[in-house]
Design a protein around this ligand. Structure first.
Ligand code: GLA
Ligand code: ZN
Length: 678
């Protein structure tokens, strides 16, 4: 990582720009600059798919068009995130060196085509990428207009070629040392699948082994490590050619194939591409869901992140590509900033004329003017970001955290049982997230490897797999006074998916004061109820419905606060609480409805005196509150994702930075307020 990076000192605004599609239209390139300036755009991502334009034949480079563009952009106050073009290799390379092409799990090698489909191991591809990246860095790595490196594009997928298989075996040798150790950890005695030698191991395949769960899990870990290794190789080439500009790579929404936390130390800042399906359900729900993903991205480094792509209009790839209603673009863009982004960027600046993305929304559409509805909103959002300039580099401080862990997701979804049709992992995590946010808190969404030290309250939903040492972290969290919410189906297996013996949640039965005994899975549409125990200390009096899972626990010394209402386990605990050390450990036995989480968390947070962002302020439904802080100032964002205007009653001392009216917030309106702390 380059040591120096903290922030660019202003909010960045712009998007992916593909001038190589327009080189024979100089008038269009000129118009692009004028329109970008009018929209307050100050950064573009350049060169993402430009390899064949930069090296049309092997060894013959043509960087002149790019140089001309970077210079012109710079002269006009527009900086560049310069991409390494590995996301899409030129045709000549695939023809001459077929090993750069990816092989699928059935052993079939791909032909040239599409993008994001190279082998991460191929020495030829690595060499070609190194050469290209070094050329780019030598030529542009110190250009004042180039402010950062955009490494490749949306890394993803996997390669099963012989070179990657050999790498997988070395990775396993390093991890397990001996084949006996691997056999034990993978439980290969089952169905008599023991290996005699590492050379026999192959990645999972529908033609071979696909149900050795620990093999599947290690393969996914390996794919992440391979990808990070490839990315580091790309960055190293830039460094070796003398560029120390910060580097990032753009990540994707809930992309299952890579554990993004493993990228944390290898990039200088985290960035991601956000394409919510707006207007399908209530915008308030889509906003919560998107907010959680912004928080996942911010929590990877616990630093400002960058919104690298989003769509200014309608996408072309969602099953129904709706346009954004007036005001939504501005609200969605500012939401990223509210959650800790230092940029808003779009795909794309100018809409392509042909091929598969010709109908994908853009800042400048095929008509090409500045008098479109979308352009007007883009310009407005750019003006907003100029007003929020001082927020650049400010951080989000959260008292509440929530565990969302990729490896846990991999293990749980592959586990076979107790419900193979849907576990609702993401939805369950979201229920805790929504409850914290409705209680007016910032939330970090972290994985099991991250520290718990900054938090007072922690939700641990469906953490089926405990990665090494996780139970110890939870124990000390509660011991030192933390409030823990754990749900059913937690602490069941270790990190090679071997079931813990001697009871679960592993290592925490004394902390929780109970033991999980059976997990009843419910058919779709089947429900049970949680009924409050009379005079429960939370003072809750209504019943709530639950579905999908009902954990049947044996309580040792936890207090039941709710019990099941129906079935043969009516009367058995549905929510328990146990005091341990200086803290409290709650266990939520079933997949409860959202309002249960809202009410239970709300009461507990109140009793624990966890201060919300705006203490004493009752916010109307659908209004999101978040905050960022610098050394001198706390910035508070209020955003109304509802369809109706709402009334607000806010403390006098908060001064508006964006949006003047402190008494009313229109639909899709944003109000940013500040309070000086020094
Ligand atoms: C991704 C890619 C872009 C573009 C957009 C379209 O995010 O990175 O190149 O294809 O999707 O939404
Ligand atoms: Zn390969």
């Amino acid at each position: 990582m380059s040591e120096v990076f903290h922030s660019f000192g202003k909010m960045l605004y712009g998007g992916d720009y593909n001038p190589e599609q327009w080189l024979d239209h100089p008038e269009i390139l000129e118009q692009d600059i004028a329109l970008m300036k009018e929209a307050h755009i100050n950064v573009v991502s350049l060169g993402i798919f430009s390899w064949s334009a930069l090296e049309p034949e092997e060894g013959r480079y043509d960087f002149s068009w790019m140089e001309e563009r970077i210079n012109t952009l710079y002269e006009n106050g527009i900086s560049v995130f310069l991409a390494t073009p590995s996301g899409s290799r030129p045709r000549w390379m695939a023809e001459k060196y077929p090993e750069v092409l990816r092989v699928d799990a059935r052993g079939q090698r791909a032909r040239y085509g599409e993008r994001h489909n190279h082998c991460y191991t191929s020495p030829v591809y690595r060499q070609k990428v190194r050469q290209m990246n070094m050329e780019l860095a030598k030529r542009f790595g110190s250009h004042p207009g180039v402010i950062a490196w955009h490494i490749s594009n949306e890394y993803g997928g996997e390669c099963h070629c012989p070179l990657c298989q050999a790498e997988f075996r070395s990775w396993l040798k390093k991890k397990y040392g001996t084949i006996e150790n691997l056999n034990r950890s993978w439980y290969t005695a089952f169905w008599g699948h023991a290996y005699q030698d590492f050379d026999q191991v192959e990645g999972p395949s529908p033609l071979g082994d696909s149900s050795v769960h620990a093999l599947n899990l290690d393969w996914k870990r390996f794919v992440t490590d391979r990808t990070v290794d490839f990315m580091k190789h790309e960055i190293q080439a830039l460094r070796d050619a003398g560029s120390d500009k910060p580097a990032t790579t753009n990540m994707m929404y809930y992309y299952d194939g890579l554990n993004y936390h493993k990228f944390a130390d290898a990039v200088d800042f985290v960035s991601w591409d956000n394409y919510p399906v707006w207007h399908k359900g209530p915008e308030t729900e889509t906003a919560m869901d998107t907010g959680m993903y912004h928080d996942i991205m911010r929590s990877i480094q616990k630093k400002p992140f960058y919104l690298m792509e989003s769509c200014p209009a309608a996408t072309n790839w969602q099953s129904v590509s709706k346009v954004k209603r007036p005001g939504l673009l501005e609200a969605a863009s500012l939401q990223a900033v509210a959650h800790g982004s230092d940029s808003v960027q779009y795909f794309q600046i100018r809409q392509s004329r042909g091929s598969s993305e010709k109908f994908h929304g853009a800042v400048i559409d095929h008509y090409g003017g500045n008098d479109t509805r979308v352009f007007g909103e883009v310009r407005q959002t750019g003006a907003d970001l100029e007003k929020l300039r001082d927020l650049a580099g400010s951080s989000v401080r959260a008292q509440a955290a929530l565990i969302y862990d990729w490896e846990n997701r991999w293990a749980m979804e592959d586990a076979a049982g107790p419900r193979n049709q849907n576990l609702f992992y993401k939805e369950t995590v979201e229920k805790s997230y929504y409850a914290f946010r409705k209680a007016g808190l910032n939330v970090d969404v972290i994985d099991m490897e991250q520290s718990l030290e900054d938090y007072q309250v922690l939700a641990v939903p469906m953490v089926y797999m405990f990665r090494v040492g996780f139970e110890e972290k939870l124990r000390s969290f509660v011991e030192r006074g933390g409030t823990l919410f754990m749900t059913y189906w937690s602490g069941i297996v270790d990190d090679t998916d071997l079931c813990f013996l001697g009871g679960s949640p592993h290592g925490l039965m004394d902390v929780l004061g109970l033991r999980h005994e059976e997990l009843d899975a419910l058919y779709d549409g089947e429900t049970n109820r949680a009924v409050p125990v009379a005079d429960n200390p939370l003072g809750l009096t209504r019943s709530y419905s639950c579905e999908h899972f009902c954990d049947l626990v044996k309580v040792t010394d936890a207090k039941p606060l709710f019990v099941y209402g129906d079935d043969f386990y009516a009367g058995q605990p549905a929510l328990t609480c146990h005091s341990w050390g200086r803290g409290q450990a709650y266990y939520i036995c079933a997949d409860m409805e959202q309002s249960f989480y809202d009410d239970v968390y709300g009461k507990v947070l109140e009793q624990q005196k966890i201060r919300p962002i705006l203490p004493g302020v009752k916010l109307p439904e659908g209004v999101e509150v978040t905050s960022r802080e610098s050394d001198t100032t706390v910035y508070i964002f209020l955003q109304n994702f509802g369809r109706e205007e709402v009334q607000l009653e806010l403390p006098e001392e908060l001064e508006p930075v964006l949006g003047g009216d402190k008494k009313r917030l229109p639909s899709f309106g944003t109000l940013v307020l500040e309070r000086k702390v020094k």
